[in-house]
Ligand binder design. Sequence first.
Ligand code: FEO
Length: 384
Amino acid sequence: MHVTKDIRYVGVDDHEIDLFEGQYVVPNGMAYNSYAIVDEKIAVMDTVDKRFGDQWLGNIEAALGGRKPDYLVVHHMEPDHSANIARFLEVYPGAAVVSSAKAFAMMKNFFGSDYADRRVVVGEGDTLNLGRHTLTFLTAPMVHWPEVIVSYDSCDKVLFSADGFGKFGALDAQEDWACEARRYYIGIVGKYGAQVQALLKKAAKLDIQTICPLHGPVLTENLGYYINLYDIWSSYRAESEGVVIAYTSVYGHTKAAAALLAEKLAQKGCPKVTVTDLARDDMAEAVEDAFRYSKLVLATTTYNGDIFPFMKEFIHHLTERGYQNRTVAFVENGSWAPVAAKVMGTMLEGSKNLTYTRNNVRLLSALSADSEAQIEALAQELCD
Ligand code: FEO
């Protein structure tokens, strides 16, 4: 597959994976992208997951028509991209590795060598000339690890964006880009909004016509759409108006309260209502929705003088990713000493710029006339 006349796709699709990065379900698989720039010199951009080394090396061989690569450019050292570095360097003993100083320190830890005799260390603004193509390197620390660099090819106006602008899903998956790119971004890079903003500012100075990420499709059209979404996500602004009701329920009473609230919100014309069962639905999807929409209702039971474990995990996912700038409401349940709202409030204390609703809901075991009236009041406040 040609990205441009000189840039070829040599990555692989993975439909065998169960959990990406050990925790994310990927029903449509995963792509580990790699590219070859074929010029007077040849640069291969990143490797692929360890399990696909044979296929990837075969792709390179087929793409190069008998020529051999001169450089392996390593943008990111996470093993989904770096696992085949040592193998590549064995197969191509004449090739040099191009990467950041921090990446070479990681190579020593992963592979036992920092390739001192065959490496090119690059930093901010450094260039690599291949002939017609010149790569300029930009540092992108914490997008998604500290050693990350991205590179810009001024000849074809291509940004090699590392994990940035990636998504879950193999390349042969027919699915909406934003849905799985958002779940990927919030889950994996969401904590590092400030660093993504810094990278977007650098990228804004470049004339970019194509984005080649390490996961997901090559982006060639309407780049403003993708860049705008990254700007929204990394600045922690709500992407859409709407209410996410995230609940846990032991015997169904808190679930009934969540359902009643959803029904009332829909009746009142709330633009979007999403209900998620934190014990059963995909946690990463729930976290994605919390960041996507403007308002969040947390509904849970009091449990061991604390809150139910799945809610605790959910709030932890939010706070560690810098959850902020949203409206939050609490629905608590407790059969003898309800403390869930207090516990949830304490967990969110460090989160910036949250607006708490005046109306919250307290269930004393099951729905009652009192708690139904509280749900009505909360629904009205969330819609106002
Ligand atoms: Fe796709 Fe951070 O590795």
